[in-house]
Design a protein around this ligand. Structure first.
Ligand SMILES: *[C@@H]1O[C@H](CO)[C@@H](O)[C@H](O)[C@H]1NC(C)=O
Ligand SMILES: *[C@@H]1O[C@H](CO)[C@@H](O)[C@H](O)[C@H]1NC(C)=O
Ligand SMILES: *[C@@H]1O[C@H](CO)[C@@H](O)[C@H](O)[C@H]1NC(C)=O
Ligand SMILES: *[C@@H]1O[C@H](CO)[C@@H](O)[C@H](O)[C@H]1NC(C)=O
Ligand SMILES: *[C@@H]1O[C@H](CO)[C@@H](O)[C@H](O)[C@H]1NC(C)=O
Ligand SMILES: [Ca+2]
Length: 527
């Protein structure tokens, strides 16, 4: 059972830093204990973890070798695709390689030599794991974007599919749908499947290469044009069932239905200029771990969440201790007033301070109910507080002893010196944990045995143990200034400089050998 688990659900900021720890060991009035937090893995380039399938077989060019032309210069057909020659082959993997500056590498289809039967291709991307988009999907087409295509997605590893977005030069003609743009959607229609004409018009094959699935435009409906109010976005994502699912999938499929035409009609006498070529498919997002993991790693060839909070399963959606019938275990609990449903399994959110047990000392007016723990916890604690009742200070802050719990100034920033301290946290009286040699409440000083220079370093010399010899003087504990004739860290070595004005080599017999060696070295170096 998860009865000890208290999840402190904050609103997810775009600065994902706040979500990178799942738990921490803290001291409370009742003694030390684990505190648990909603956490999620980092955003990554999902194309690095994808498996691709291109259909039908034989759609990739080069077998047999084929020539192709460009729309700009349709009678110059000098390019060749040959699958047996690595320099002239265009296999599917080239949609996912690193695009360095310079020439693009791309997958390419056969040409439309069988016109008028359609030139169609399916490109299926599979992750074998639920992932969540955090940025636009951007597909880069060389030699022109398709005039008709459909983006589809699957939530169940390819068993069932649903349309994600339609793309056409003329949406009415191709799909009997009116054309819409993602940026014109409203908060109630943000997850509508639409047809767009923005990415299918011919604009010259070099100029406009990108076809987008707009995630940012949809986020902006809730977070504002610069995505500043991510708080609001994530509250909506957690509370509106369907909205978060909209950005989630296990597979994507592009159904390419008609290639770029470079004009309004197909020129039958030159079909070698009609084909698809994709140089990159960028998919930015993160593993879906239901706020129970901050790591997602490749195991058995697939991405998997490293689940915390006693959860398990590929998406951390299951209770590790529960019987297989766990999902029904929170049926029959009393409904609390003003509850919005959280997408997050086993968690519901409540709005408004009218919510009975929502005590947050004035640092929040929103609570969340975690079903399988039967716990009510504050959401989005302000004034640098955290905790079930916003009764603790956030990491990096400490309790202001002269302020009440409901005071806005209750938490004071630790302000630990970045170089001198181990981390930016401090104890209840504001003392930071110092690196070796550093001292002071904020670790911005050095111990007497150390000197400060972008950090604390052990003294080279001092007036006590590490004396400068032969009359040298210690400069700020950092180095000895040696008198003429002596060198070394502590001026312990006689110096044998042949260019010395006094002419003489001031070398005692004991160091004569060393002097001769030095002279030899100096001679070899050309002094
Ligand atoms: C592409 O996939 C769809 C199902 O989404 C299927 O009906 C169609 O036949 C496929 N096309 C090709 C060319 O494989
Ligand atoms: C998909 O991932 C599961 C683990 O979640 C793994 O056991 C399975 O082998 C994977 N399937 C494929 C086809 O990679
Ligand atoms: C998880 O289970 C272990 C063992 O049953 C228990 O000690 C622990 O408190 C549970 N809770 C969390 C959040 O790990
Ligand atoms: C501590 O709280 C008191 C009372 O609100 C306030 O006057 C004082 O400025 C706070 N101290 C700091 C360092 O913020
Ligand atoms: C905080 O750390 C300082 C320095 O290590 C120590 O003197 C002080 O007692 C600590 N305060 C508490 C409450 O632990
Ligand atoms: Ca490429």
């Amino acid at each position: 059972m998860l009865h000890l688990l208290v999840l402190f659900l904050h609103c997810l900021p775009l600065a994902f830093g706040d979500y990178d720890i799942c738990k921490s060991w803290v001291t409370t009035d009742e003694g030390p204990t684990w505190e648990f937090y909603a956490c999620q893995p980092k955003v990554m380039r999902l194309k690095d973890y994808v498996k691709v399938k291109v259909e039908p077989s034989g759609i990739t060019c080069g077998d047999p070798p084929e020539r192709f032309c460009s729309h700009e210069n349709p009678y110059l057909c000098s390019n060749e695709c040959d699958a047996s020659n690595p320099d002239l082959a265009h296999p599917p993997l080239l949609m996912f390689d690193k695009e360095d500056e310079g020439l693009a590498t791309y997958w390419q289809s056969v040409t439309w030599s069988r016109y008028p039967s359609p030139l169609e291709a399916n490109i299926t991307l599979s992750w074998n794991k639920s992932v969540e988009l955090t940025d636009d999907v951007v597909v880069t087409f060389e030699y022109g974007r398709p005039t008709v295509m459909v983006l589809e997605k699957s939530l169940d590893n390819g068993r069932t599919w649903q349309p994600y977005q339609f793309y056409a030069e003329d949406c009415m003609e191709a799909f009997h749908m009116p054309a819409r743009r993602a940026r014109d959607l409203s908060s109630s229609s943000a997850h509508r499947v639409l047809c767009t004409e923005e990415y299918s018009r011919w604009a010259g094959s070099k100029k406009e290469k990108h076809v987008r699935f707009e995630v940012r435009d949809r986020f902006a409906i809730f977070a504002g044009p610069d995505l500043r109010n991510m708080d609001n976005l994530y509250t909506r994502l957690e509370s509106a069932k369907g909205l978060k699912d909209f950005f989630t999938f296990t597979d994507l499929r592009m159904r390419l239905l008609r290639p770029a035409l470079g004009g309004t009609y197909v020129q039958r006498e030159n079909l070698y200029k009609y084909f698809y070529a994709i140089s990159n498919i960028e998919v930015i997002g993160r593993c879906k771990c239901n706020l129970h993991a901050n790591l997602c790693s490749v195991r058995e060839g697939s991405l998997q969440c490293e689940c915390e909070h006693n959860t398990t399963g590929p998406d951390c959606a299951m209770d590790r201790q529960a019987e297989p019938s766990a999902p029904s275990s929170w049926k029959g609990k009393p409904e609390l007033p003003c509850l919005e449903h959280l997408h997050h399994p086993g968690t519901r959110a409540a709005a408004g301070s009218a919510f009975g047990n929502c005590e947050c000392y004035g640092h929040s007016n929103r609570c969340s109910y975690i079903d399988f723990l039967n716990v009510v916890t504050c959401v989005s604690c302000k004034h640098n507080t955290r905790g079930q009742h916003c009764q603790h200070c956030r990491l990096g802050y400490y309790r202001n002893g002269s302020a009440e719990l409901d005071d806005e100034n209750v938490c004071i920033e630790c302000n630990c010196n970045q170089i001198g301290s181990v981390h930016d946290r401090c104890n209840e009286t504001g003392f930071c944990e110092c690196r070796e040699g550093a001292a002071g409440p904020k670790c911005d000083d050095c111990l007497p045995t150390h000197y400060w220079r972008q950090g604390c370093y052990p003294n080279v010399c001092d007036d006590d143990q590490l004396l400068c010899q032969n009359g040298g003087t210690c400069l700020q504990n950092q180095r000895c200034a040696c008198p003429r004739g002596y060198t070394g860290v502590h001026c312990e070595q006689p110096r044998c400089d042949p260019a010395d004005e006094d002419g003489g080599l001031d070398c005692g017999p004991a160091t004569l050998l060393g002097c001769l060696l030095l002279l030899g070295l100096a001679a070899r170096l050309g002094c």
